[in-house]
Design a protein around this ligand. Structure first.
Ligand code: FEO
Ligand code: CA
Ligand code: CA
Ligand code: CA
Length: 635
């Protein structure tokens, strides 16, 4: 049965590479695909060149995932998909809650109130909502988690309001305070991690926290507002999705859907041209912040949206530090910021723009990182480039400069980055989510989560979205993970070779390309890869933010999950199933790596979860700790 499905898949995947009509454009397409465009291991299960490796991926392969030399391995029996309202883990592994939405970070904070779901005052002293990317920092004695609080589910947070939205001034205060970043010391006692209330490290960063604007757009006319005529100081950060961490110990919080908070009080206000590309419109997404904060009224403050959509650098171990918006890393719907070093010590940051048909970016600093040296300005000046993928498995980074883009200045490129990337013909992608760099090899991976518009309509800038290259399926429902190896093993190189690590799908429903690549089976299938990180053993952890209907195209896939992949063999195993209607996002390890911290975001976003407390409790996003029963290392 398998062979039939695989043969059908291979046949269709050839068609994918060959063109829109599903037929070969030229006779060499299959060879090209086999050799370069898509990993041979992934698609060519029967070929003589790699058949042995490919068959290792079969469903019968049970045993420890191989670890890099010196590693401990992580032997586990994969868990089955399910629709339970709890976390499911392999035998020998357990979980507990560390921090939930509304948990007070200070002893003067009010405990979470399940009836009202908090007030402005209680939320300002508490862990934010919808935790996403996170990183753990240590001063040697204390463990400090920096956690993004991406957004709030209005119907859950304002279940006490008839409209299910913020209605009063205090509602808006609560809504804003649920966003931003929570910095919280945690400590383990009797095997359980808990918040250390009143720790001097505890801090809430919100949409009202003062920040410096750094980089090329600092002081540019487009960043100047009535409240900040110099264009150098902005208030706050919101919709912080994925994250990054630098070699010098700072945290990067990435502003994603920043647009949904702006609205216009003037029905005759003509939206500036640049707003459309970023989805800034007359109406917000129901948050109502302009009700109490005129910054969010674009008819009164049309430059305010130019001050959001950046990566924000935060020193998590200095509660008095001022966060810095890094305009040099571009303005778009930032997913995460994966930091690595070039061969010569320059800092390289990979950045995805998560919107249908938007792009994949890379920043390379002008300055060189030196351990213990002055790293303060490294992310303020450098070269921002965008990826162009060729169908033959090669790709290049195209620098965004006034010369290549025709734009007036570097500042303009850093503000209207999407338009700059369109100008150089960047490859429209299937929603780039997290990027992760392999610590054991010069290669990087990026989740392309899904794209119903692929091959159907252009992106918001009018760029075509043809089927092909790393985006091989029309109306892509399941997503894929692309990876690239920079030329010469140097992340600052101008060119790279790419392939697809996995093409997600459902082999129990489809026998064509929608079945996914050969390393997707009835036992590990998933959709919409999103979070992505390598552990110290070189294994790839994959988190999903997909459709959890468990029906139709998604039959048998259950709730969202976290999987573990072996980058060398391509084997993927399901490690965790999340509770109902959640997304699994955010990953970090304790200093001794015996605890894996994972984010459970928006359980019950459609009303069908009481995670984690159960009963009639409000569903609450949470960071959970995952440990082995034997206390061993877990990545
Ligand atoms: Fe907030 Fe693209 O995920
Ligand atoms: Ca995400
Ligand atoms: Ca997502
Ligand atoms: Ca999310």
């Amino acid at each position: 049965m398998r062979d039939h499905a695989v043969a059908a898949r291979d046949a269709v995947s050839q068609g994918d590479a060959g063109g829109h009509d599903g037929r070969h454009a030229v006779p060499t397409d299959f060879e090209r695909l086999a050799e370069r465009a898509v990993s041979r291991r992934v698609f060519l299960r029967g070929s003589a060149a790699c058949g042995a490796a490919a068959f290792v991926l079969g469903a019968g392969a049970i045993g420890a995932l191989p670890a890099r030399a010196g590693g401990t391995g992580l032997a586990f029996t994969p868990v089955a998909a399910n629709r339970l309202d709890t976390i499911t883990l392999p035998e020998g592994v357990r979980w507990h809650v560390v921090a939930r939405w509304g948990d007070p970070l200070w002893s003067d904070g009010a405990p979470f109130d399940h009836a009202t779901r908090g007030t402005g005052a209680s939320q300002e002293r508490a862990f934010g909502d919808n935790n996403d990317g996170m990183a753990l920092f240590s001063d040697g004695a204390h463990s400090v988690l920096a956690v993004n609080n991406e957004y709030t589910n209005l119907a859950i947070a304002f279940a006490n309001r008839e409209s299910g939205k913020p209605e009063t001034e205090d509602d808006v205060r609560k809504c804003k305070a649920a966003h931003g970043v929570s910095i919280v010391e945690i400590a383990r006692a009797d095997g359980t991690w808990r918040i250390v209330q009143d720790s001097p490290y505890n801090r809430r960063i919100t949409p009202d926290t003062p920040m410096q604007i750094t980089g090329p757009a600092r002081g540019h006319d487009m960043t100047k507002t009535a409240a900040d005529p110099a264009g150098t100081t902005a208030l706050g950060t919101w919709n912080n999705c994925g994250n990054g961490r630098t070699a010098w110990g700072t945290y990067l919080a990435c502003e994603e859907n920043f647009n949904g908070y702006f609205s216009s009080s003037d029905p005759d206000f003509a939206l500036p041209d640049g707003f459309k590309r970023y989805g800034i419109r007359e109406e917000d997404w129901g948050y109502g912040w302009a009700m109490t904060d005129e910054r969010f009224d674009v008819s009164r403050h049309p430059n305010e949206p130019h001050r959001a959509g950046y990566v924000v650098e935060i020193d998590p171990l200095d509660p008095a530090s001022t966060p810095r918006k890094l305009t040099a890393l571009g303005r778009f719907k930032h997913e995460n910021a994966e930091v690595t070093l070039a061969a010569d010590g320059r800092v390289v940051v990979y950045l995805g723009d998560d919107e249908r048909g938007e792009f994949l970016y890379r920043f390379v600093s002008d300055g060189v990182y030196a351990e213990g040296g002055d790293s303060a300005g490294l992310l303020e000046s450098g070269t921002l480039s965008v990826a162009r993928f060729a169908d033959d498995g090669r790709g290049e980074w195209v620098a965004l400069t006034p010369e290549t883009t025709g734009m007036a200045s570097e500042a303009e490129i850093c503000i209207h980055t999407r338009q700059a990337a369109s100008a150089v013909g960047a490859t429209t992608m299937d929603r780039p989510e997290w990027v992760a760099v392999n610590p054991g090899k010069a290669e990087a991976y990026c989740c392309l989560t899904n794209n119903k518009n692929r091959g159907v309509k252009p992106n918001a800038g009018g760029d075509a979205t043809p089927v092909g290259g790393p985006n091989p399926r029309e109306k892509n429902k399941y997503g894929q993970i692309v990876r690239w190896a920079p030329e010469g093993g140097d992340h600052a190189a101008e060119t790279f070779a790419w392939d697809l690590y996995v093409v997600a799908g459902n082999p129990t429903v489809h026998a064509d390309a929608r079945a996914g690549s050969a390393n997707v089976t009835a036992d590990n299938m998933f959709n919409s890869p999103d979070g992505l990180a390598f552990d110290s053993q070189g294994r790839l952890w994959i988190q999903t933010d997909g459709t959890y209907s468990n029906e139709g195209d998604f039959a048998g896939q259950g709730n969202n999950v976290m999987l573990v992949g072996d980058p060398a063999s391509g084997e993927i195993r399901r490690f965790l199933v999340g509770p109902r209607e959640c997304e699994v996002t955010g990953i970090a390890w304790s200093v001794d790596r015996t605890t894996l911290f994972v984010g459970i975001q928006h359980p019950g976003e459609k009303g069908d979860s009481h995670f984690p407390e159960g009963g009639d409790a409000a569903p609450r996003s949470a960071v959970v700790a995952i440990t082995r029963d034997d206390g061993g290392v877990i990545g």
